[in-house]
Design a binder for this molecule. Structure first.
Ligand code: GDG
Length: 456
């Protein structure tokens, strides 16, 4: 069997029990095939740009290769082009693009450095799998160095329509780099369609035949591979002592109150301020929820060095403070807002007793929280998933209560509907959602992508 080479911005750690579904699946795939995981080591050094050391570690039949970055590279490649240009643009927030000429240079240079280190470690039949927007040009750098191995790419975030894509500096160059891959995986059919439409409208004489797109004298297969979660692992967590202890405590304390739960990194794409406005509207319009429903919002910090993130924390504190100030009573706090990372076992416990999983991003590649919430609902008395139509997950999870989070009024109505949904309807929707989550778990996703890549 050919070795698997995973390349991602951050390096996974195969020696530690992985906490996220993605790391679990990739560790599993690497363990069964043997191979290399390459990524940024997490170190910032002061060597000359492009000379960053590589730290190679042998862990059984997995090798990890961590590449150091200089401060300049980190600022330009990671904070700059990846997270101040591509992340906002790909999430339809052209208004937040903050572009400087040196960003794209650093982005290209770091991709070249990764390619240079990787080429030295490659064997002819290695299968290479590159992850996410930080590394889109990696294959074209490898091809320029003569690498002929099969190379696949998976985009974890959405691919925007060509009109939005055209806001990205040098977008033609970026889109052209996709054609150095053999296989590109997107989260949804909609993303795949955006890729094909960009090719049709902006490339010179493209040909699209089924999954295959031909342009620039090369051809690539572009296809949706919706990512899933490790259902078994997440259910084991909910059975753990830590999860049980928390859910028992919450249920005893709640005295019949209903928990509504939201969990995500404090990112502008996740629609957190709108969520607080939705909850506020629920309390205003349906006063029977006062004293009876509580929103638990967990939003750990993320990318605080990127300027566009600086105001969200303040805005969220202001909004949650205002709701609590207006509606709280001596023995009820409407919003519990936690700006810290919560242990994964506790998250699973909280999900399991929450009557509503409120997942309302303004734009999201997939959204794993929606799937985690469904995975741990009790079959006999399940809660309701309220899901934004702008999450990739909405393409598969059509039995959720689907909402438009920009429309505060109708989303507050939908939340009220979810809180009062009859048991039969909840069971019916849950059974269908659970089926989807189980049938498209992360191992199936990983095997599906690699099988296709091997057979391209
Ligand atoms: C990107 C795409 C796509 C969250 N808070 C805590 C915590 N989490 C965990 C969740 C979930 C994961 O982090 C977040 O995954 P998402 O899918 O919701 O979102 P992104 O981080 O934006 O991921 C996304 C994903 O890639 C996979 O392809 O679905 O669209 O944007 O597992 O549970 N975990 C812990 N404490 C927290 O406070 N332990």
């Amino acid at each position: 069997m050919s070795r698997l080479i995973i390349v991602s911005n951050r390096l996974g750690n195969p020696t530690k029990p992985a906490s996220g579904g993605l790391a679990v699946a990739l560790n599993g795939a690497l363990n069964s095939r043997g191979g290399i995981w390459m990524g940024w080591s997490g170190n910032i050094t002061d060597t000359a740009p492009g000379r960053g050391d590589i730290h190679v570690q042998e862990l059984g039949h997995i090798t990890t290769a961590g590449v150091d970055l200089t401060q300049e590279e980190y600022d330009g490649y990671y904070l700059g082009f990846s997270n101040s240009v591509l992340w906002p643009a790909f999430h339809h927030r052209q208004d937040l693009i903050d572009s400087k000429a040196e960003y794209i240079d650093a982005y290209r240079a770091v991709n070249r450095t990764f390619a240079r280190h990787l080429r030295e470690m490659l064997q002819p039949d290695d299968l290479i799998w590159v992850h996410d927007y930080h590394l889109i040009p990696l294959a074209s750098e490898l091809r320029a160095m003569g690498v002929e191995n099969k190379i696949g790419f998976f985009l974890h975030i959405p691919l925007p329509p060509s009109q939005v894509m055209s806001a990205v500096p040098e977008h033609e160059w970026l889109m052209r780099s996709f054609f150095s891959y053999d296989l590109i995986g997107f989260q949804t059919e909609a993303d795949t369609e955006n890729f094909n439409l960009y090719a049709e409208r902006r490339l010179d004489q493209p040909q699209i035949e089924g999954d295959r797109v031909k342009a620039f004298g090369s051809s690539v297969i572009a296809k949706a591979f919706p990512i899933g979660i490790d259902v078994e692992q997440f259910r084991d967590l909910v059975a753990s002592e830590e999860a049980q202890e928390l859910s028992d405590r919450l249920q005893t304390k709640s005295q019949g109150r209903k928990w509504i739960t939201g969990v995500e990194r404090l990112d502008y794409s996740k629609g957190l301020p709108d969520r607080l406005k939705i909850f506020r509207r629920l309390l205003e319009k349906y006063p029977e929820n006062r004293g009876r429903s509580t929103l638990v919002q967990i939003a750990p910090p993320t990318r605080e060095d990127v300027e566009a993130y600086s105001d969200i924390r303040e805005e969220l504190e202001r909004l949650s403070g205002a709701v609590n100030g207006e509606f709280a009573t001596i023995d009820w706090t409407p919003v519990r807002y936690i700006h810290r990372n919560v242990p994964r076992a506790q998250l699973s416990g909280l999900f399991s007793i929450s009557k509503v999983g409120l997942v309302t991003p303004l734009r999201d590649g997939m959204n794993l929280v929606a799937k985690e919430y469904v995975a741990v609902q009790p079959d006999d008395d399940p809660g309701v998933l309220v899901l934004s139509e702008f999450a990739g997950a909405a393409e598969q999870m059509t039995d959720a209560v689907i909402v438009n989070p920009y429309d505060i009024e109708t989303t507050a109505d939908a939340l009220q509907q979810a809180l009062n949904m009859p048991l039969d309807e909840r069971r019916d929707r849950h059974a269908k959602l659970k089926d989807i989550v189980e049938k498209t778990d992360v191992v199936i996703w990983c095997d599906g992508f690699l099988d296709r890549l091997r057979n391209v």
